[in-house]
Design a protein around this ligand. Structure first.
Ligand code: BTN
Length: 263
């Protein structure tokens, strides 16, 4: 069920994707404009909305990125999407990696574009950022825990200010053609549904798939802020808990969260 009136290409792509939307099939809410889809999804979680609720906005006026950054969200230029999930603790640990894999898969299936994942889940093309994910956990007043997984994906060149063009990119810039936003949304949601289901099953392939998409970023020099100094090492792998494993002069460091800069 779609609540609101998405553009025709979005409605038809969602309808055509059908059962492949999995848990996201039942309740998608489309808004012309919101401050932040993550905030609205969190409000819905606080009111015990069902798992799989999807909040999409054509534009955001206060789109948020990680680490307090803002996420530029002009109308019709990108995808601004948040989904409400209630993962079991084992699945919660790998949720952000699984979301990165899902975006990379959804983009590849809908456009043919091959992207690279940068830990934990930024989506890059040739060193420029195409999409980002903001995962936020909370507990409702009734005590139910939830995760809101929001993603922003640049579809047209207008999705970021011109001066950011050295470090950002969009699907249309990369492909040199008009992109069907509806198809990209539908395939990303279908891939996310599949990845989320796999996280709850026995197969344990999330980390292996993440590694495949992240390969160009591995075995490269990284640095990060640590105790008021800059630490450096070589990003080698992720472990089963999703931590980045970095080889430093004093051995392997496990990085669980934070900003890692690739050189
Ligand atoms: C990042 O790379 O810093 C994460 C960006 C996440 C942006 C998306 S857009 C939809 C959702 N709503 C928000 O306010 N943020 C996320």
């Amino acid at each position: 069920m779609i609540i609101g009136t998405p553009p025709a290409e979005v409605a038809s792509a969602l309808a055509a994707t059908g059962v492949r939307l999995g848990l996201f099939r039942d309740r998608l809410m489309w808004y012309p404009e919101l401050p932040s889809t993550n905030d609205v999804a969190a409000l819905m979680a606080a009111r015990e909305a069902s798992e799989g609720t999807v909040v999409v906005a054509d534009a955001q006026t206060a789109g948020r990125g990680r680490r307090g950054r803002s996420w530029c969200s002009p109308p019709g230029a990108g995808l601004y999407v948040s989904v409400l999930l209630r993962p079991v603790p084992r699945a919660a640990a790998l949720l952000t990696l699984a979301a990165g894999v899902a975006l990379a898969e959804g983009i590849a299936r809908s456009t043919g574009l091959r992207t690279t994942l940068k830990w934990p889940n930024d989506v890059y093309v040739d060193g420029r950022k195409l999409a980002g994910i903001l995962a936020e956990a909370g507990t409702s007043p009734a005590g139910t825990s939830y995760a809101v997984l929001g993603f922003g994906l640049n579809v047209t060149r207008a999705s970021y200010p011109p001066d950011v063009g050295v470090r950002a990119t969009s699907l249309e810039v990369e492909l040199g053609t008009i992109v069907d936003r509806g198809l990209v949304l539908a395939e990303c949601l279908a891939a996310l549904a599949q990845q989320y289901e796999a996280l709850h099953g026995p197969d344990g392939s999330t980390v292996r798939q993440w590694r495949d998409w992240a390969r160009p970023m591995l075995n490269r020099l990284v640095e990060w802020d640590h105790n008021a100094t800059v630490a450096r090492g070589v990003a080698e792998d992720v472990d089963d808990a999703g931590a980045l494993l970095v080889r430093t002069a004093s051995g392997i460091e496990r990085i669980l969260a934070g900003d890692v800069r690739w050189s």
